[in-house]
Structure formats: structure tokens, C-alpha cells
Design a protein around this ligand. Structure first.
Ligand code: UD1
Length: 366
């Protein structure tokens, strides 16, 4: 039987829920035994390496152990990107895949795309075409370069197709496949794996705010992080606040000697796993975040979301009404109106749990 060789790349926390459904779909295709066999390898770059940022997701999402771990670790953007490129090149030289599949917009996505493109190996980008039009975000640079080099651009929503066409990417390279993160959400719901986190933290359904913040623009400057902490403290007098803290944010709080006040009702947690995060997203009365993934997951659950950023590369979450941009100055009043407005349940087209199947079809046809 004809075989197609696919190297799948993952490196950082937001990648893992995107590769899990893809690998399951590869295996399902092989199990059917019709058409071409997919010979896949999973390459973990090691951009994220702490057990709570990586291993937990492999376990909870049932991802097989990586075929190869590059163990690159943390460094400046240039060093990390270069480290991944240097370690990835010999893997491709030896294995010679037909395709490299990259997901999302992290440094691993960019680094592996650059290596493959220069070796003449075709690249498929899952979650192509998202744009914040804000080049101060490292992820925007990663998105633009990855999409310029990719041979197959697999988009989550129609706005992404429009962005790519505006950049002159030929339409024949673009496929609207839907949102792969939602495949993981749907499979989590059908497995009935609810996190125990609500019980453990004694939280009431619809009675708390779920906060995640890690963007350099929010946490890397003292004044900005201090203002956010003050506001969250004040908000916690009204609603319990649950805040699993990202390593970057944790480091910055220590570095700037910042802490919540004792009387604040902020539950600071270590980074949490996938099941607990989905449970918090589903049951919060509002999510406050600067993450891309949480904007989408909250949209799926219809949970009001406030995004603490001046822009978003996921405008569809705003169009369907679940998400809204906010800033520290208006946070309290935005939060009140978001909670008052309550849930809505419009889910964008093709956010249906079947994106991985469509991607496999595209790869087999391409
Ligand atoms: C990266 C991604 C970002 C994504 C985020 C999700 C880029 C440019 N950024 O940002 O898009 O939203 O992941 O988490 O790719 N650290 C640990 N343990 C780890 C990993 C990191 O302690 O397992 C610490 C390190 O000190 C590191 C810092 O966190 O310097 C930041 O990690 P890094 O991967 O550079 O960027 P993130 O902020 O995680």
C-alpha cells in the first residue's frame, strides 16, 4: 500500500490539544485500511518542558509519547528558534517525510516551518490565516512567516481565508477545515472527563471568574502587572477569582515583588491540566484571559469572555458575541456587563469536532 510520511510538530502547551485529534485521525485512517497508509512521527521540540506545561497534557489527551524529543527548552526568541531549527534539521534529513504539519503560532511552529521549507519538504499549517495585525506580538510574526512559507493552509474560520487571500496566498493552497481545538473539547465532553476542580476549590457553578494571563504585553512590565493585580484583587471582593499562574507570570511577580493582598479572594494555582481548565471555562460566569485558546473554548461553551488585549487574531469569537476586548481601566465595568449579559451559544461553522478528519482528507488529496 502507498504510504505518506508525516512529521507532526508540537512544542508548547497550546499545541498539545491541537495535535491530539490529528494523531487520532491518522490512526483511525490507518485502521480503516483503505487508501494510503499514514506513517507519522511526533516531534516534541521541548519549548515547554515542565511536567505541568507538557506531560499532563500528553496523559490527559491520550497523546502517544513523542517519537523524538528535541529538548530545546527556554531561551530568547532568537536562541530558542535557532535551537529548534538546528535540532530539527537532522531529523528531517534522516526521515525525509512527505509533509511537516505545524500547528498554531509559537516559536516551534515558525522554526520547524523554516527548516522544512528550505529543505523542499511540504508544510501544512493548522490554524492558518489568523491575524491580530499587531507585529509587537511575537506570535503574529510567527503566523505571518509560517503562512508565507506553508504549502497547505488549513484555516479555522472564513475570516482567516480572507486574510490569506489579501496577502496574495493562492486560493488553491487554502482549505477551510474548522477549529481543531474544538475536536479536543468535543472528545473531552463525550468522554465525560470532568475535572474535579470545582469540587476541590468549592466553587459554585456560574459563580466565579476564571483568569489566565501570560502575554509579555501584560506581564513583562511592572506597572502593567501591578495594575492588573490591583484590579483582580478588587474584583475578587465581588466574585471569587481562580487564577492558575503561568511560569512567565509567576517569574515576573517574584521579580517585581508583587503579590495579592491577604484579604483578596484570589485563588492562585500552579498551572492546571486540560480537564480542569475546560471545567473552569465551562462553569465560570466569566473568563478573563489573554490566551488565544481560551477565547475559543469559552466561545464553544457560551461562557462570556473578556480578553485583556488591544486586539485579537480571533475576531470570530467577538462576532458571535461571547468575547469582548477589555483594558485594565474598564475591567470592572466590562466584567459587570459581561456577567449581566450572561451566556450565549452561537458556535462558529465547522467548530464541530470533525476538523481532524477534514485535515486528513486534505493531506491525502494534496
Ligand atoms: C509561549 C508562546 C505563546 C503561548 C504560550 C502558552 C511563543 C513566542 N510564545 O509563551 O504564544 O501562548 O507559550 O503557554 O512561542 N517556562 C517554564 N516552564 C516551561 C516553559 C517555560 O518555567 O515548561 C518559563 C521559562 O522561564 C520561560 C518562560 O516561562 O522563559 C516563558 O516561556 P516561553 O516558551 O519562552 O514563552 P511563553 O510565555 O510560555
Amino acid at each position: 500500500m502507498d504510504t505518506i510520511k508525516i512529521a507532526v510538530v508540537a512544542g508548547a502547551r497550546p499545541n498539545f490539544m491541537k495535535i491530539a485529534p490529528l494523531i487520532k485521525a491518522f490512526e483511525a485512517c490507518n485502521a480503516q485500511g483503505q487508501g494510503r497508509r499514514i506513517d507519522w512521527q511526533l516531534i516534541h521540540t521541548g519549548q515547554h518542558y515542565d511536567p505541568l506545561m507538557s506531560d499532563v497534557f500528553f496523559t490527559e489527551l491520550g497523546i502517544p509519547a513523542p517519537t523524538v524529543s528535541l529538548n530545546v527548552g527556554s531561551a530568547s526568541h532568537a536562541r530558542q528558534t535557532a535551537g529548534i531549527m538546528t535540532a530539527f534539521e537532522p531529523i528531517l534529513e534522516e526521515w525525509k517525510p512527505d509533509w511537516v504539519v505545524v500547528v498554531g503560532d509559537v516559536n516551534s511552529t515558525l522554526a520547524c516551518t523554516l527548516v522544512a521549507a528550505k529543505m523542499g519538504i511540504r508544510v501544512a499549517h493548522v490554524e492558518a490565516g489568523l491575524r491580530s495585525y499587531d507585529r509587537t506580538m511575537p506570535e503574529e510574526i510567527n503566523r505571518v512567516v509560517t503562512d508565507a512559507l506553508a504549502d497547505l493552509l488549513l484555516t479555522p474560520s472564513e475570516d482567516a481565508n480572507e486574510n490569506l487571500k489579501r496577502e496574495g496566498i493562492p486560493e488553491k493552497k487554502i482549505r477551510l477545515v474548522g477549529n481543531i481545538m474544538i475536536d479536543s473539547v468535543v472528545s473531552h465532553l463525550s468522554n465525560g472527563r470532568n475535572g474535579r476542580v470545582l469540587e476541590e476549590l468549592q466553587l459554585e457553578d456560574n459563580g466565579f471568574i476564571y483568569v489566565t494571563l501570560h502575554r509579555p504585553s501584560n506581564v513583562d512590565r511592572r506597572e502593567s502587572l501591578e495594575a492588573i493585580i490591583d484590579e483582580l484583587g478588587a474584583i475578587s471582593e465581588q466574585f471569587p477569582v481562580v487564577f492558575p499562574i503561568h511560569p512567565r507570570t509567576c517569574q515576573r511577580m517574584k521579580e517585581f515583588d508583587l503579590a495579592f493582598r491577604e484579604h483578596n479572594h484570589v485563588r492562585l494555582l500552579d498551572p492546571i491540566g486540560y480537564n480542569d481548565s475546560l471545567s473552569l471555562t465551562k462553569h465560570a460566569c466569566c473568563v478573563l484571559t489573554d490566551s488565544g485558546g481560551l477565547q475559543e473554548e469559552s466561545t464553544y461553551f457560551g461562557t462570556p469572555c473578556l480578553t485583556l488585549r488591544p486586539n485579537t487574531e480571533r475576531p470570530i469569537t467577538i462576532h458571535v458575541g461571547s468575547n469582548r476586548l477589555t483594558q485594565v481601566e474598564t475591567l470592572r465595568s466590562d466584567l459587570r456587563s459581561a456577567v449581566e449579559k450572561g451566556r450565549q451559544s452561537q458556535v462558529p461553522p465547522l467548530w464541530d469536532g470533525k476538523t481532524a478528519e477534514r485535515i486528513v482528507q486534505c493531506l491525502l488529496e494534496a
